[in-house]
Design a protein around this ligand. Sequence first.
Ligand SMILES: [Zn+2]
Length: 406
Amino acid sequence: MLVETFLRKQLGLKAHTVTRVEETDRFMIVHIDRLGRRLLRCGVCRQRCRRVHNVGKPREWRDLSMRKLPIKLRYRPRRVLCPRCGLRVEDFPWAEPWARVTTALSNAVARLARELSWQGTARQYGLNWKSVATIVKRTVAYGLAHRVRPPVHVIGIDEVSRRKGQVYLTVVYDLERRVLLWVGDDRTEEAVKPFFTKEMGARRCRTLRVICMDMWAAYANLVKEYAPQVQILFDRFHIVKHLNDAVEEVRRSEMRRLSQKEKVPFKRSRWLLLKNPWNLSDDQKERLSTLVQWNMPIVRAYYLKEAFQLFWFYRQPKRASDHLEKWMRSAMRSRLEPFKKFVRMLRGHLDGILSWTKSRVSNGAVEGMNNKIKSISHRSFGFRTAENFIAAIYHCCARLPLPVER
Ligand SMILES: [Zn+2]
């Protein structure tokens, strides 16, 4: 079989053909021409068009490599007169309109960019970083326009930081399908609003049942406005995190108070206090028990934390709320300022905390995905622009479809 025939078949050409293959020292150039008088399609609506208006200047598309030589397709695009759209550039079966690489190469690059940094992907394919960035952004735009959008019932909203906590993005996940739905630039109410108005819209907002979020978050008003039927759930992960922060604050202030010699048993005690007791080794248990004998504020903080955690196991709303009430009263009597602060936060959000017994949804899955986002950011040494970071997040977490290779 001639190499021309092989390439024509591989490219799936019907109205076009490969006329010649030219080998230079850096590329293999595949010359393509129209096949006889076969009808070309409109680049916008793909309708077959009878009339060709003119033949343009040669254009080139980078394609995958054959052995070591990268392939370039060279063709003079026709402009066709489409009955629906008017005068348009024809449709290329090997590439998306305006793309400078073939769909096959673009998809190969996009697949690798889900695993590697953009820089690493570029190196692998002999492209520059910018080309990879363009390919990923176009792939994401295509994916967002063509993704399946089944009804959404349970979502989790959270934030991820960019540039070491200077700038924040808001991410929204579908917790049932465990897939990223949306990314917003910043974490303000204003920035998250488009999720409800644009991404979801009034009709899709109506199927929402539960929204899982942090107590600190500024989205509660948005939820009331756009999805009033929704049950807000302040998720377990964040509550436990605030609780652990309180323990840690007590420990730190005690450390400041103690003398150098008294500090010794408390060295590296942080994880001891924050870990769940059943995860401690024998050695750690022993250290914990000495700690507990030594210092009263730390002991109170530790036992308060442990007592709170029982809340997650109640199944009856009444019992759960009784437990919480009792716990909050004892925390208020503890003379530990960080815990009083924590209680005041709980008081303001009781509804959303008690709904745990009904829904038992947690942002735990969200944390896994947030870690994935962090690793995306790390492997690229952080993204300089929010636009690129957002594209990378969608690309790796939203399970978007790739353009179809014809
Ligand atoms: Zn058309």
